[in-house]
Design a protein around this ligand. Structure first.
Ligand code: FBP
Length: 347
């Protein structure tokens, strides 16, 4: 009897050298003297994102929609799913017990973990559930994280450990819970892209080096903010649609309203995403520590560029853990044109 060939599905998922833990361990080996703590942290983050992805997918029949009745430091009403995602990250990361403190968009102060007193090299800041306005509408939402090495490992951990420039980031990443669940991260040597295989519950490496393509011709911006933009910002956005001779540029517009989703599309398809400072948000709308800086690190590692509207975003050092910033990111050539032409801030 002739031997049966394994079908494609089985063949594809049985690749044990490309799951998250295996890839992270392989990368660790390229850093002689590494303690393994960063690998454990990335693997723990992967676990937390699988749990959050499940909560997002099943929220409808688990009664996880609606509000908790509290507001966060940004004066936003906290959604039940925001709160659950926050708790999952704090519990999974604390249980992993290998680092000092955490910052969450949903918590006013930095959280000192059990193991905080004296253990651990790293601190983690995260936006547990990005895209809250899209929760419940079956539109992708996500989780964003940033990792810094503590300034002084012997000193007790404090919020000061987080007030470091973006250029000092050790690692950054996000998960996107949509038609597929993606886990994307960088440790400063390119961008790794994993896709969750729900049949075995594993993140499988699907793109070892994600790179922003040139010529994406996609603009992503909330044009409802047009009245609050400076004349040069308005002119710049117009120039993405119409050439001086009145003909079309060939650009199209995409705006999901979930930062991670708009960012993920931008690094896969090119173009430019903008949430610049404006009269409505003079300091910017998005959060510097756990939204803009981690995504700026990934964008640069993917060959792109990120600004705060005026300067290279990674050079910024947060003055407080919940500081806001402008965010303009995408293909280097287009973001540079923005820098030269659009002065977003309105006097
Ligand atoms: P959170 O959902 O984490 O609060 O993030 C803010 C956010 O939802 C981003 O994901 C998104 O890019 C932006 O706000 C949308 O803002 P707006 O509704 O003003 O366009």
């Amino acid at each position: 009897m002739q031997a049966r060939t394994p079908n494609l599905l089985v063949k594809a998922t049985m690749n044990f050298s490309n799951n998250l833990a295996a890839v992270v361990r392989r990368e660790e080996k390229t850093h002689p003297g590494s303690s393994g703590e960063l690998s454990q942290l990335l693997t723990s983050l992967g676990l937390a994102m699988k749990v959050i992805g499940q909560l997002v997918a099943t929220a409808g029949f688990k009664g996880l929609y609606g509000y908790t009745g509290t507001t966060n430091i940004h004066d936003e009403r906290t959604q039940v799913l925001d709160d659950h995602a926050d708790k999952v990250l704090v519990e999974v990361l604390s249980a992993a017990g290998h680092f000092g403190s955490l910052v969450s968009e949903e918590r006013d102060e930095a959280v000192m973990t059990e193991a905080g007193q004296g253990a651990g090299k790293y601190v983690v800041a995260f936006d547990p559930l990005d895209g809250s306005s899209n929760i419940g509408s079956n539109i992708p939402v996500g989780t964003i994280f940033a990792i810094w090495e503590r300034k002084n490992e012997t000193a007790p951990p404090s919020a000061a450990d987080f007030l470091q420039p973006g250029t000092a980031l050790v690692a950054a990443g996000y998960a996107l819970y949509g038609a597929k669940t993606s886990f994307v991260y960088t440790t400063g040597d390119g961008v790794r892209d994993f896709t969750l295989d729900p049949t075995i519950g594993e993140f499988i490496l699907t793109e070892p080096r994600l790179t922003i393509p040139a010529g994406g011709k996609i603009v992503s911006v909330n044009e409802a903010n047009y009245p609050y933009w400076s004349p040069t910002m308005r002119a710049y956005i117009h120039s993405l649609k119409e050439k001086p001779d009145g003909t079309a540029t060939g650009y199209t517009c995409r705006y999901v309203g979930t930062l991670v989703a708009d960012f993920d599309r931008t690094i896969r398809r090119g173009g430019i995403f903008l949430y610049p400072p404006s009269r409505k948000h003079p300091k910017g709308r998005l959060r510097l520590l756990y939204e803009c800086l981690p995504l700026a690190f990934i964008a640069e590692q993917a060959g792109g560029l990120a600004l705060d509207g005026k300067e290279r975003l990674l050079t910024r050092t947060p003055q407080n853990i919940h500081e806001r910033a402008g965010f303009v990111v995408g293909e280097t050539e287009e973001v540079t044109r923005f820098l030269n032409e659009a002065n977003p801030t309105v006097s």
